[in-house]
Design a protein around this ligand. Structure first.
Ligand code: GAR
Length: 203
């Protein structure tokens, strides 16, 4: 059984999509074992509580040294034998110690079609504002592996969403979530759990 940690910073609708998928039996080879928030106020923590999932908060601000923050995250994950790390609206950038501890085992959902509107500074509503400012007619969401380049790891899944003339960043954000993010993130998690479980059972 693959133990999954979901890392969050805000409302946690992607976490909710994962919880709902799990409850519908979408992860026969995995279970969400931990929700780790970057701040105490994240509503995602309520969602974890309601679903009976263990949660913890590790805030970057409480560490003077960024390497200490990364080590605290690794410790929280390893002490619970986490196999797969899912960044679901996690707005803190993970450093090398975390990436090295989970090679090809950290995925992120990004609310655009990478390589458009991604990288440092592109998060949340800013991504949708940038897509509208540029005037693209199609945007979407991407699930990708996490490496040291922000939004730079190998792409696993993408889904396109059409932009409508009356879209605001908020309207577009919601449609990208509904039509793309909440679908491809659970799909990617199911796929990776299956692959990692097969690997474990062979090894
Ligand atoms: C989502 O749209 C997610 O793709 C985005 O933040 C939102 C979090 O919503 N992530 C990024 O922009 C990362 N670069 P949620 O907390 O409701 O899942």
């Amino acid at each position: 059984m693959i133990k999954i940690a979901v890392l969050v910073s805000g409302g946690g609708t992607n976490l909710q999509a994962l919880i709902d998928a799990q409850n519908a039996g979408a992860f026969p080879n995995g279970e969400i074992a931990l929700v780790l928030a970057s701040n105490q106020k994240a509503y995602a923590l309520e969602r974890a509580k309601n679903a009976g999932i263990e949660s913890a908060v590790i805030s970057r601000k409480s560490f003077d040294d960024p390497a200490e923050y990364d080590r605290a995250i690794v410790k929280a994950l390893q002490s619970r034998q986490i196999d797969l790390v899912v960044l679901a609206g996690f707005l803190s950038i993970l450093g090398k110690p975390v990436i090295d501890a989970y090679p090809d085992r950290i995925i992120n959902i990004h609310p655009s079609l990478i390589p458009s509107f991604c990288g440092a500074g592109f998060y949340g509503l800013r991504v949708h504002q940038a897509a509208l400012d540029y005037g693209v007619k199609v945007t979407g969401a991407t699930v990708h592996l996490v490496n040291e380049i922000p939004d730079g790891g190998r792409i696993l899944l993408q889904k396109a969403v059409e932009i409508q003339p009356e879209d605001t960043p908020e309207i577009l954000q919601r449609r990208v979530m509904e039509e793309a993010e909440w679908k491809i993130l659970p799909q990617a998690v199911a796929m990776l759990c299956r692959q990692l479980d097969q690997k474990e059972n062979k090894g």
